[in-house]
Design a protein around this ligand. Structure first.
Ligand code: GLC
Length: 469
């Protein structure tokens, strides 16, 4: 049995990863300051959170109908979907997942988009809709400067993607060109959107109070509805509609120092060993791509300081694995073991067996490992709750629903609760919030954006016809 002093030592050792109230207050203030900078036309260049304009200004009513195609590119897989919106907030969809190998992830942009167009072509033939001229919404979950709904210039790759000849290019044009290179493929790409926007739209489809979209998955980001008068960078021709969705791209928060006071040596190590050093600092502290790696680094130091596995016969072997095998602890593990109630620790032991080939681990080591994982996840949930509070307060509605998607949020049993801990402290008392799990935001959300764009187009067309009469 661990002595209380051993546990106290571990708790002290992990203390730098447990944000204090003051540190969270500073996080809140720094984040809100970055949002203000991001929105301002003169200050935007100095902001870490670029607050990209999405040009999504119409919201679903729930009555949308029709068939739409969607493409979803933003994680380790990419998907093609055929979505049938049926009114009454109902939808049916057929999805096909395509693997993205290292080859596509690190190819040229033309190769990547040719591969996407090929998959799209196969899909429409399989679904027997190759003769229909269908609108397509493209969920492309990377930072882009948009100049309209279907024009998006890639600013940088994130989440391990690195295709050449793409940064600075218009992704919409690249996809259209790849479609045009395939004889017989007739598809009309009408909108490019971020997965956060898709998530917000898919939740707004069922609840019009959804003013915020959040993703906590491989990457982490949020969007929210802003009043056009607060968007200095928005051209006046878009100001006849009252609102617009802003893609915050908060993964980049911290690049100007906003999270320095919470940054540990482990975070520094993760950043230094990434392919995008100095970028996406907040994302590296909170998202699925990096949390497992943080646990590996923390555990390694804890073993070296005799805080965990101190009596274990395989101690040297465990240290070797932790040292030599970056990413040996997957973020999925953090969610899996959170369900282990500590009754003989079957789930933690399973992880130890897989990663270290260790049988019959000591229950104390199991408990300590679970504690380390929990500290990392809780820090993430608490930090995201703080930044989300900034958005809830910025939206300023008496009630805001936050639409959420992403594997970390979906799979970790305590993540929702960790976000609420800080949301409850930082959301202004005049405002209420709730969270809602999105039903496939990246897919259905893309179809909904395509549908509202189509609706807007039809309305304008009929108005023009009336004016001509
Ligand atoms: C990364 C991307 C962002 C996306 C997020 C979640 O942060 O830059 O665009 O929304 O991951 O997938």
């Amino acid at each position: 049995m661990s002595t209380t002093s051993e546990l106290t030592r571990l708790r002290e050792f992990l203390n730098e990863l447990i944000p204090s109230e003051d540190q969270l207050v500073r996080l809140y203030q720094n984040f809100c300051a970055q949002i203000r900078k991001g929105l301002g036309s003169k200050t935007n260049k100095d902001a870490s959170t670029k607050c990209y304009l999405t040009y999504v200004q119409d919201f679903p009513t729930g009555n949308e109908t029709g068939k739409y195609l969607a493409l979803d590119l933003g994680g380790s897989k990419f998907r093609v979907l055929l979505i049938h919106l049926k009114g009454d907030s109902e939808a049916e969809q057929i999805t096909k997942i395509y693997d993205l190998t290292e080859r596509e992830l690190h190819s040229t942009g033309v190769e990547l988009f040719d591969y996407i167009a090929k998959c799209l072509h196969e899909f429409v033939c399989e679904q027997k809709v190759d003769n229909e001229h269908m609108p397509l919404g493209f969920t492309f979950s990377f930072p882009c400067v948009q100049t309209g709904l279907s024009r998006a210039t890639l600013v940088r790759w994130t989440k391990g993607f690195n295709c050449s000849d793409t940064v600075g290019e218009d992704i919409g044009l690249m996809l259209k060109a790849a479609i045009a290179r395939r004889p017989g493929l007739r598809i009309d790409m009408v909108a490019i959107l971020n997965d956060t926007t898709g998530t917000q739209m898919s939740c707004a489809h069922r609840n019009p109070s959804c003013h915020i979209g959040l993703i906590v998955g491989t990457g982490c980001n949020a969007c929210y509805t802003e009043k056009v008068e607060n968007c200095e960078r928005l051209d006046s021709k878009y100001k006849d509609k009252p609102k617009i969705i802003i893609n915050v791209e908060w993964g980049a928060f911290g690049e100007k120092g906003g999270v320095d006071h919470l940054f540990t040596d482990y975070d520094r190590n993760v950043d230094q060993n990434s392919i995008n050093r100095g970028s996406q600092i907040f994302e590296k502290m909170v998202s699925g791509m990096y949390m497992g790696e943080l646990v590996r680094l923390i555990l390694l130091r804890a073993v070296n300081e005799n805080l965990v596995f101190a009596q274990c016969k395989l101690r040297k072997h465990i240290t070797d694995i932790l040292t030599k095998k970056p990413h040996c602890i997957e973020t999925k593990v953090l969610s899996d073991i959170a369900n282990d109630r500590g009754d003989d620790w079957p789930l933690v032991k399973d992880v130890f067996k897989q990663v270290f080939n260790l049988n019959n681990a000591d229950p104390d080591d199991c408990m300590k490992f679970k504690f380390i994982c929990d500290v990392v996840v809780k820090r993430s949930g608490n930090m995201i709750g703080v930044t989300l509070s900034g958005l809830v307060n910025k939206v300023g509605e008496s009630f805001s629903v936050i639409g959420v998607d992403g594997t970390v949020y979906r799979c970790h049993p305590n993540f929702d609760g960790y976000m609420r801990e800080t949301l409850d402290r930082f959301v202004d008392k005049d405002y209420k919030y709730d969270m809602m799990l999105s039903e496939d935001g990246s897919g259905r959300g893309a179809a909904l954006v395509a549908a509202v764009v189509h609706r807007d187009y039809m309305e304008r067309k009929s108005l023009n016809a009336k004016l001509r009469q």
